[in-house]
Design a protein around this ligand. Structure first.
Ligand code: 13P
Length: 255
């Protein structure tokens, strides 16, 4: 039986002070969580600090990117083994900000997916359409293409144990979340698409929603049958708001 996962993507935000304050606040607010995974992905600079601050808590550590290479002359990059070495488990790949600003292709993202699986880490594969693609009715086509890039190179079994985050680009950081019904329709499409390859893996794969999730809209989103938690940006930087989102996910799947 799959369970929801609420993960905070801190993006390029933080300082040593903020990391210790925010994690202390999260530990306080989330001393116990049932039926829901929780993770945070601080900037890579602060992973080791965060690992120590999270020790003994129910909050897992994640990261926001990985390189396709394991070692060598690749200035500025971070490998999957390094992430594992500092205790990161959930690694975001294919975020629209990286696709846009760093020109990451579907092919490069599928290579990242492969190195993470090889290292025993959990890929959190972000997919989603832009506003223009949405208006042109291409949402399903884009999501299918982004998932197929992984399935065609690695096979459907690679999706076992992975996480997909459906993040419509037009909803990220805009305050304009997809409606629960809109998101549910795309989540169902994604699950059905994977089911064409493997029904058991499709039934188990966690599909998070991301894009302007907050403590006000979380409950309604999580009430949808195919929405398994969220990848949260802005609201993950406030302990109370993030804890409320986690509690909404935990409550939704108990009922
Ligand atoms: P916001 O929650 O700030 O819209 O960001 C979503 C996101 O990009 C998470 O990866």
């Amino acid at each position: 039986m799959r369970h929801p996962l609420v993960m905070g993507n801190w993006k390029l935000k933080g300082s040593t002070h903020m990391v210790s304050e925010l994690i202390a606040g999260l530990r306080n607010a989330l001393s116990r969580v049932d039926g829901c995974g929780v993770a945070i992905a601080p900037p890579v600079m602060y992973l080791d600090q965060a690992r120590h601050a999270l020790a003994g808590s129910c909050i897992a550590l994640g990261a926001q990117n990985v390189d396709i290479n394991l070692s060598g002359a690749f200035t500025g990059e971070i490998s999957a083994n390094m992430l594992r070495d500092v205790g990161a488990q959930y690694i975001i790949i294919g975020h629209s900000e990286r696709r846009t600003y760093h020109k990451e292709t579907d092919r490069a993202i599928s290579e990242k997916f492969a190195v993470l699986k090889e290292a025993g880490l959990i890929p959190v594969l972000c997919i989603g359409e832009t506003e223009a693609e949405n208006e042109e009715g291409k949402t399903e086509e884009v999501c299918a293409r982004q998932i197929d890039a992984v399935i065609k190179t690695l096979g459907a079994p690679a999706m076992k144990g992975a996480v997909i985050a459906y993040e419509p680009v037009w909803a990220i950081g805009t305050g304009k979340s997809a409606t629960p019904a809109q998101a549910q329709a795309v989540h169902k499409f994604i699950r059905d698409h994977i089911a064409k390859h493997d029904t058991a893996i499709a039934a188990e794969v966690i599909i998070q929603y991301g894009g302007s999730v907050n403590d006000k809209n979380a409950t309604e989103l999580f009430a949808q049958p195919d929405i398994d938690g969220a990848l949260v940006g802005g609201a993950s930087l406030k302990a109370d708001a993030f804890a409320a989102i986690v509690k909404a996910a935990s409550a939704a799947k108990k009922s």
